[in-house]
Design a protein around this ligand. Sequence first.
Ligand code: COI
Length: 359
Amino acid sequence: MEISYTPNPNPATPEARDAVLAAPGFGKHFTDHMFKATWTADAGWHDAGVIPYGPLQLDPASAVLHYAQEIFEGLKAYKHADGTIRAFRPEANGERLVRSARRLALPELPVEDFVAAVEALVKTDRAWVDDRPEASLYLRPFMFASEVFLGVRPAAEVTFMVIASPAAAYFKGGAKPVSIWLSSEYTRAAPGGTGAAKCGGNYAASLAAMTEAAEHGCEQVCFLDAAESKYIEELGGMNIFLVHRDGKLITPELNGSILEGVTRSSILTLGKELGLDVEERRVTIDEWRDGVADGTITEVFACGTAAVVTPVGQLSWDGGSVGDSSAPAGEITSRIRDTLVDIQFGRAADPYGWMRTLA
Ligand code: COI
């Protein structure tokens, strides 16, 4: 893929950039440039370039605005002590985007082009990758149907973009425990649906339940399987792990309706390295609820690119709760989080070759 480069004539001043980097929050501020490429049925992928960050002009009849053909990724780049900027497993995100594209009948972007796009943007906006503790640059690649057409069929014109946003912790409390609301009214995904794809629609479908969670004082929602309302699937935007008192690390198995998290798969690898007995299997909500109550389940944590590894303090449902929302992160949760972030920030060796130098 040939990538053109159009510099932003009005980039943020160093002072303005530094003010953002001092307190970036999550997903609120964006760098000076973005990546954009177009796909058409006739010409394939073309017109790839790094261009000034700014609003898009979209025809109101663009297919995505009506039928939600949109998929996305989330990954992070980190500044290492030697000055290099490295991304965590970008190929894994590129591979997942290909799988999501197949499910949403969007065109496949080759993984090497995905990585080249991310690299071009990070190289251009490298000044936005900060070296303050735990700072990172969150990268958001996404693809949508930009064809101007109201018929329901796979689009003949599609846009792929990457934007970048300096990031601090996703949850306001940093690595403090979060509370989870168990949704009994809503499900996120059904067998044969789009649950395993990273598409905007899955997140849209989670928001009514997230609102319900917030009304009950919880930061996140947990969804059960659509068929039996019995098995834990995932949270609104992250996967979940339980730690058993006997040293087992348990996460719901991939069943077609759970997102194949890159952080989830990395934790399965790290868990084995840390000597834990790792299990991917069906997990009932009773196992979680009763296990926390009787002490069999000693720790619960959520994971994702944005959330990294976030301890879960309490599970609440209509009529009760277990756990302690103010309990500190458990020992296994902290060890897994530290092992992972030390690799990501270059403070520990990278035995799996997960870090890719971009700039
Ligand atoms: C991520 O963790 O990167 C995601 O895409 C989840 C989103 C809720 C921020």
